[in-house]
Structure formats: C-alpha cells, structure tokens
Design a protein around this ligand. Structure first.
Ligand code: NAD
Ligand code: LMR
Length: 308
C-alpha cells in the first residue's frame, strides 16, 4: 500500500506520522514544493521508526512526481492555511490553482489513485478536483467532517465531564465556521441521548464551539491546527487502505442525496477499498434539513468563485 502526501507542512507531516505509527502502509511519500523540506521531514520521521515501532518506509521529494508513481491513495494538503481573523473561504484564490495542478500531476503518475482533499476551502477544493480530473466520484473524498466530529465529541465530553471515548456524534454539512451541522439530536453517551444529561442551552453552546473549532485554534496558534487534522486524515487513509467499511462524514459529490445536486458537502459515507463506497442517507428533522440547505447555499457561493 503506497500513500502519497502532497504538502509536507504541518498537516501533511502530522498525517504522515500517524499513518506510519499505525503501521498499515508499506510506503509513504511526502512531496513538497519547498526545496528539501519533504526530504528533511521524511528523514526526521524515519528516525522515529525504532522508537515508535513501525516498518512503514517514508521518503521525501521536492516536487518530483515520478516518486509518487503507483500510489494507491494520495492526500492533498498543499496550499496556504488561514491566519487569525480569516475565513477558510478567503484561501480560494491561492489554493485553487495549487490543488488543480497537484491533483493533475498525481493522476498522471497514479491513474488509479484515490484522492483525499484537505486543502481549504475544502468542500470547494473537492468540487474542483471532481470537475477537473475525470476521476470516478468514489475516488475523490474531502476530509472535514471526520475532524469536525472529533471536535464535537471532545466538546460534548467537556460538557458531560466524561472521557471522549464515552461519546458518539457526528457533524455533517460544509466545513466552514457557519456551515457545520453538529447533529446534537443523535449524539449519545454510551447509547443514551446527550439531551438526557445536558440542557438545550448547553447543547447549543457545544454546537457553536464545534463550528468555530478551527477558528478558535487558529487564534491560539497563529495558524491553523494540525494534530487533529492529521489524525483525521490518517483515519480516512486507514479505512480505505484496510478496507474497513467505516462510516465517516466526508465531503462527497451529491447527485440528489439530501435533496442536493452538483455539490461536495459533508455527509455520512462508508469508506473501504473502493474509496467512498456509499453515501448514507439518514433521516433529518426539519431544523437539520433547513441547516443543511443553508450550508449548501454557502458552499455553492464559494464554488461559484471557481474558474472552471
Ligand atoms: N480540511 C481540513 O479539515 C483541514 C484541516 C487543517 C488544515 N487544512 C488546510 O490544509 C492546508 C495545509 O495546512 P498546513 O497547516 O499544513 O499548512 P502549511 O503551510 O504548514 O503546509 C502547506 C505546505 O504546502 C506546500 N505547498 C504549497 N504549494 C505547493 C505545491 N504546489 N506543491 C506541493 N506543495 C506545496 C507548502 O510548501 C507547505 O509546506 C491549508 O489549506 C489548511 O487550511 C484543512
Ligand atoms: O481552521 C482551519 O482553517 C483549518 C481546518 O479547516 C480546521 O478546521 O482545523
């Protein structure tokens, strides 16, 4: 199993580290445009192999796509991150060109690759890859919901004063400060609805904190987050590489599901060896359906800025 990660920055390197530590891939190639950075990070990570007990071979390259040939899965994290006060949507001008060029280079050398798009604004970048590459739709997956759901579960565990592992929950919708739809109605602590423990006001607070999860970290760090993003991407990579049939909310191209068409937005999906194998349609109540529709309007507005 060969995994390429384009962008050896904060998220790309974190993802490479988690993939290696989980030890399910034979090879990880890191590629970056900055001279020596991918090679340096690959070497640094390889020097953790005996300490962290993994056999995954990690190599780095400065923009040489021939080194990525035959990749089964490729992750696109190349592009600029936001600074405090910015929205993800403001990154479109620079990142669209990068994502378009990178996806095309990857496919030239790995025509059967499954692409996981991470660069922001992620739903629009995923849409761009669908529109410009010609890859089948099951082979293009946007990562956002897995991260947002992990943050949701963390915020719920804080409110419930319990370990995060006691909590289950999911965030669907666009990966943006206003577009996320945390499904509080369906969230549980060991099968018990969280509404049995938390007031409506407290649950609303959890939702709001979840939606601005990325912005909160960007304000604290001066740039956007990388540990949870890297872990979330590695979970998607593992689900595909190991044919796990796990369900994650992913940005998928919709053709009528949830009443939406010609848009990539976060919906529950089953991931396995064929990439995004199935979109799961869950029944939403009226309030949730309204929120998804509004979220889609936001994503469509950003998509309209693409020069396709
Ligand atoms: N979808 C998500 O949930 C999520 C989570 C975190 C970050 N992000 C996004 O991921 C992207 C990367 O974030 P980061 O914190 O790792 O940024 P970073 O600046 O640390 O790393 C980005 C890397 O991309 C490289 N790069 C730029 N253009 C390139 C090109 N044409 N080819 C190859 N490499 C190129 C840069 O040299 C840099 O090393 C940002 O757009 C950020 O907003 C998305
Ligand atoms: O917040 C960001 O800009 C990065 C990423 O989308 C995140 O949610 O951490």
């Amino acid at each position: 199993m060969k995994v390429t990660i384009v962008g050896a920055g904060a998220v790309g390197a974190s993802c490479a580290e988690y993939v290696a530590i989980k030890d399910f891939a034979s090879e990880v190639v890191l590629l970056d445009i900055k001279d020596g950075v991918a090679e340096g990070k690959a070497m640094d990570l390889m020097q953790t192999a005996t300490l962290n007990s993994f056999d995954t071979k990690i190599t780095g390259t400065t923009n040489d796509y021939s080194k990525t040939a035959g990749s089964d899965i490729a992750v696109i994290t190349s592009g600029i991150p936001r600074k405090p006060g910015m929205t993800r949507e403001e990154l479109i001008g620079i990142n669209a060109g990068i994502v378009k060029e990178v996806s095309s280079n990857l496919i030239k050398h790995s025509p059967n690759v499954t692409l996981i798009v991470v660069s922001n604004p992620m739903d629009t970048m995923t849409y761009l890859v669908h529109k410009t590459t010609g890859l089948p739709k099951n082979k293009i997956i946007g990562m956002g919901g897995a991260l947002d759901s992990a943050r949701f579960k963390f915020r719920l565990s804080e409110a419930l004063e319990c370990p995060p592992s006691d909590v289950d929950g999911m965030v669907i919708g666009g990966h943006s400060d206003t577009g996320m739809v945390p499904l509080t109605r369906l969230a549980t602590r060991n099968s018990v609805p969280v509404s049995a423990f938390l007031s409506e006001d407290r649950l609303n607070q959890v939702s709001e904190d979840t939606k601005v999860g990325g912005a909160t970290l960007t304000k604290l760090l001066g740039t956007s987050a990388w540990y949870a993003p890297g872990a979330a991407v590695s979970a998607l990579v593992q689900a595909i590489a190991c044919d796990q049939k796990k369900m994650f909310p992913c940005s998928a191209m919709l053709e009528g599901e949830y009443g939406l068409n010609d848009i990539c937005i976060g919906v529950p999906a089953i991931l396995g060896k064929d990439g995004l194998e199935k979109i799961v349609e869950i029944e939403l109540d009226d309030a949730e359906s309204k929120k998804i529709k509004e979220s889609a309007e936001g994503v469509n507005k950003t998509n309209a800025l693409l020069e396709l």
